[in-house]
Design a protein around this ligand. Structure first.
Ligand SMILES: Nc1ncnc2c1ncn2[C@@H]1O[C@H](COP(=O)(O)OP(=O)(O)OP(=O)(O)O)[C@@H](O)[C@H]1O
Ligand SMILES: [Mg+2]
Length: 269
């Protein structure tokens, strides 16, 4: 059985596609069979990332391990059962086609609440939620008092994950391992950073997720897209000496993947 990783957060710009690209490529580089689906049918950031990778590797005459990205299949409306949602059908058709030939299927969700994203969350064995270090982004997980210290209750996105967990429990599937990774964290000590840390730790216990270390705010994460590369590919494309920031970023990816604790994965890079 393929292990399904869903990268989701209905807040836009949290780092889902950046994390998706790095995790999927790292798994492929570690020798696993990885297929990906981009559920942002309009922006297609992850799909575009892979198109850039293919074009760049071709022009550089390089063959690097790469996940395979797929589009959702088109479905003839006549084949739908009465009342069946066309998106549900397209997603489950895609997953069942990929499952026999995948160790991992990674699904990148859009930064909004859509039917596709909701259904994808109920398929997740591991749910990865990148979260910007900002209380505006935190507000989609939980409400907090004006001092940023006391939790007042869950919010829309956590409620959606809770529903996905209920659906899985009813279907007798194993529970979702929900991992929240902080993204674009500042490298300096800051009051907001520490407040966020406390709030997330508190919330993790309350609504049942694990917190994993994520990526710091680094220019390199924005520069790799046009060539479709990840931090792990740099040496193979001729970068002789990684600078200190890139080495630190690589280490962040390693720590994040270790904390994800994916089945059968030895994180060695
Ligand atoms: N660690 C980081 N350091 C610097 N920039 C980052 C980092 N992570 C993401 N970014 C930048 O932040 C922006 C949002 O990232 P990304 O597209 O991965 O988020 P997303 O959650 O997939 O967005 P959307 O909700 O629109 O799908 C992009 O411009 C990306 O290059
Ligand atoms: Mg995205």
């Amino acid at each position: 059985m393929a292990h399904i990783i869903v990268v989701g957060n209905e807040k836009g710009g949290a780092g889902k596609s950046t994390v998706s690209m790095h995790v999927a490529t790292a798994l492929a580089r570690l020798g696993h069979k990885v297929n990906t689906l981009d559920l942002d049918l309009r922006q297609r950031t992850l799909g575009r990332y892979f198109e850039n990778r293919r074009a760049f590797l071709k022009s550089a005459e390089l063959d690097l391990p790469s996940p395979a990205n797929h589009n959702l299949p088109e479905i003839d409306a006549a084949t739908l059962k009465p009342g069946e949602n066309v998106y549900d059908h397209r997603l489950s058709a895609a997953v069942s086609r990929l499952e026999p030939d995948s160790d991992f299927i990674l699904i990148d969700c859009p930064g909004s609440h859509t039917r596709l994203s909701q259904v994808a969350h109920s398929l997740a064995d591991t749910l990865v939620t990148p979260l910007n270090d900002s209380f505006i982004d935190f507000d989609l997980l939980a409400r907090i008092d004006s001092h940023g210290e006391k939790l007042l209750g869950p919010s829309v996105y956590s409620e959606m994950v809770w529903n996905a967990r209920q659906l899985r429990a009813q279907a007798g599937l194993k529970p979702i391992d929900w991992v929240v990774v902080r993204n674009r964290v500042g490298t300096q000590r800051m009051v907001n950073k520490e407040k966020m840390e406390r709030a997330i730790t508190m919330l993790a216990e309350r609504i049942g997720f694990r917190v994993a270390p994520g990526f710091s705010e680094r220019v390199i994460f924005r520069e790799l897209f046009p060539r479709g590369l990840t931090l792990l590919d740099l040496k193979d494309v001729g970068v002789k000496q990684l600078n200190i920031s890139n080495i630190a970023a690589r280490q962040e990816l390693r720590d994040m993947m270790k904390a994800m604790n994916l089945p059968g994965v030895e994180v060695e890079f």
